[in-house]
Design a protein around this ligand. Sequence first.
Ligand SMILES: Cc1ncc(COP(=O)(O)O)c(C=O)c1O
Length: 390
Amino acid sequence: MKLSHRITHLTPSGSDGWEVFYKARRMKAAGHDITELTIGEHDIRTAKPILDAMHGAALKGHTGYAMVPGTDDLRAAVAHRIATRTGVPTTPANILITPGGQSALFAAHHAVLDDGDTALFIDPYYATYPGTIRGVGGVPRAVPARPEAGFQPQAADIAAQADGAKSLLINTPNNPTGAVYSRATLDGIAATCQTHDLTLISDEVYDTQVWDGTHISPRALPDMADRTLVVGSMSKSHAMTGSRVGWVCGPEDAITHMINLATHTTYGVPGYIQDAALFALSQGTELEDQVAAPFQRRRQITETLLAAQNTVRASPTQGAMYAMLDIRGTGLSGQDFANALLDQHHIATMPGESFGTAGAGHIRVAMTIDDDRYRTALQTLLTFAATQTA
Ligand SMILES: Cc1ncc(COP(=O)(O)O)c(C=O)c1O
């Protein structure tokens, strides 16, 4: 079949840094006992009351076409949540319900980029970012966030890449680095967006997983609400990754156009899933805290084990489900370290190189297995690192 340049060039061919992950999966399939510290998914499943709400809604007949922008009730609940958390007046007209945050990222970039427009994103980055930008005809351009700055993006680095760019995509709390952007970082980002007339796309899907500091939504900063599109999701906050429900929040006119886009792409999110999301949001922060608690515990385990050695350094693990470990002291690349750890100890991690160039010499550890196994695996990793320098 003759395929478009756009779809065949969504992701670059050749090495993409995911070889260790696929190798681990092959080893697992061949019967090896692999400890996977790779994927950003909870080790718990969606809570039963949420599933009951989903089932109940389906049985009540909410199985037909749902409202494309989202049900009135869910849009209102998301608007209320955002207004409460950020203080920015937000109405249902500012919200489009999407099939997960990924779809929201796509819609947001579609809304601001024309063919050939440049879109900035921060490196290290969540794996789909450049492909999402290419998917809407944009040209991705990376801005490094440096380990020396705790992976906080610096305004000067953004400005240096901003010439001719239309948008900037940021993510706080951050995957893969675990950084939570400070007020100073976000002020710098906001000022740069204003100076260079960039639309800010703010991926906040980890907004309930903050261990140090506070999550600040840049939409709440002065004069930013009109140039910011916020991406949110129930995936991480409510352990609903498979339900595919998220949102974009932004100015009413932008949302109106994105609703039109949704009509021509997703045609909305299933009604029984939206009802389950509404139920989950109605449980308030208690349920969110329960879902986040295991990561907070494992983050503490990480800090304790790291403090007892001096080969591996962590960038501050301030939020999200990940610890970005600086293994440059071993003299190995992230790729070589992750490969050797997998071969010798059957522990799978993600090389920092999988997330761009700024994460080189690091590995990302997903804190997504039970506490005891996590502690044992991390201790093995640290002992392994120490033997590399001996
Ligand atoms: C930073 C970031 N953004 C967006 C997503 C997409 O989440 P979902 O589409 O499940 O809402 C993920 C998933 O891992 C992520 O890590």
